[in-house]
Write a protein that binds this ligand. Structure first.
Ligand SMILES: C[S@@+](CC[C@H](N)C(=O)[O-])C[C@H]1O[C@@H](n2cnc3c(N)ncnc32)[C@H](O)[C@@H]1O
Length: 342
């Protein structure tokens, strides 16, 4: 969004034009450095010539690239050696617990699907990934998707549970579209007397490799395989109505069209305890240029997913008897709407 209040320097004046025009160069620099194994090669610090030799770059050209990566905030220099910046050490070094390797791999796939923006707009429907896939290809695609979601979820879960302090000493968290279970795992870690029910598609729940929770949590977690968009009987029906103190919908309302998301919200609301809280954590339409691009990401890569505005979600939740209590913005750009029974 030109002139976004979020990023006044990024989107003002002639800089707006040049930044939009050349934004791809940032991605290319990041992915090229990662692909070459540069961030792993830096270790405790190396000279430019050492690094170039390790990753297979011409010493003169490679050194220019290393200097550029310093200007991008990915490397720094000290005493003639290159070192990782804090950002690179946290997210790009394979040795870091917060390494985003599967996210980088997934984004490489998305870079190809974004080339289909024009045909998607012209056709008015998804054109990417619509071909029939054999079960093995489908499983690998799903593992890549959930792996990337998991790495981001581990970071965003800390932000979310930092923003929302829960005082009740014990209770049940219901996580709908739980994916790897990273949000629930971070919550249970902070609240030792809580339990969690994690719902996802049957094929996700059945494949334990997709959600490797820490062993100390397994006794407090129950997985529930169900398609939340169908009305067919499923294990979801075994969760007692109004029995869950916290119901989380993280990055799931954007996966489908409004009518389906409204049904999903009604199902979620039916399980919420009288004085419980329902949380919608997502990328809302009004989240500046990030929200705008997220909507296109859904347009290109899903059948009918889209972003929702806060007011739309508040109205949809109102139809389920819920009232908005808080509207929070997370440090890395997502939003959190908190609802209680009205
Ligand atoms: C974008 S991921 C979000 C994962 C996690 N909640 C997060 O915030 O990172 C969406 C999740 O919802 C699940 N999901 C999508 N449609 C679903 C449905 N109809 N029923 C149950 N789960 C669904 C997907 O399998 C996936 O794990």
């Amino acid at each position: 969004m030109i002139g976004s209040a979020d990023d006044p320097c990024l989107f003002q004046g002639f800089a707006a034009f040049t930044n939009l025009l050349t934004g791809y160069r940032l991605t290319e620099a990041l992915l090229t450095a990662d692909e070459a194994g540069l961030f792993a090669a830096v270790g405790e610090g190396r000279s430019g010539s050492e690094l170039c030799a390790r990753v297979g770059w011409d010493p003169a050209y490679g050194e220019r690239f290393l200097r550029c990566l310093c200007t991008l905030g990915l490397l720094r220099t000290q005493g003639g050696r290159y070192l990782l910046s804090d950002v690179a050490a946290t997210y790009l070094d394979p040795a870091s617990p917060r390494y985003q390797g599967r996210t980088l791999a997934f984004e490489r796939r998305l870079r190809c699907s974004w080339q289909q923006l024009g045909p998607t707009l012209a056709g008015g429907r998804r054109v990417v990934g619509t071909e029939d896939k054999d079960p093995d290809t489908l499983r690998r695609a799903f593992a890549a998707y959930l792996g990337a979601m998991d790495e981001a979820a581990r970071i965003r879960a800390v932000e979310l549970w930092d923003a929302l302090s829960v005082a009740e000493p014990a209770g049940t968290l219901l996580d709908l579209g739980a994916g790897s279970g990273a949000f629930a795992a971070a919550f249970l870690d902070r609240h030792p007397d809580w339990r969690a029910i994690l719902c996802d598609l049957p094929e996700v729940v059945a494949d334990a490799g997709l959600h490797p929770l820490p062993p100390q949590l397994t006794g407090r977690v129950r997985w529930c395989g169900c398609n939340l968009l169908t009305e067919a009987p499923s294990p979801f029906d075994d969760i007692a109505d109004r029995s869950c103190d916290l119901v989380l919908l993280s990055n799931i309302v954007h996966c489908q069209a409004k009518e389906e998301s409204a049904r999903l919200l009604a199902k979620a609301a039916s399980k919420l305890a009288e004085d419980g809280l329902l949380l919608i954590h997502d990328f809302f339409t009004e989240t500046g240029w990030r929200g705008g691009l997220y909507d296109l990401h859904m347009m290109i890569n899903t059948y009918n997913g889209r972003t929702y505005s806060r007011s739309e979600l508040i109205a949809m939740a109102g139809d389920c008897g819920l009232e908005a209590r808080r509207d929070l913005r997370m440090p890395s750009g997502s939003g959190l709407l908190v609802f209680g029974n009205g």
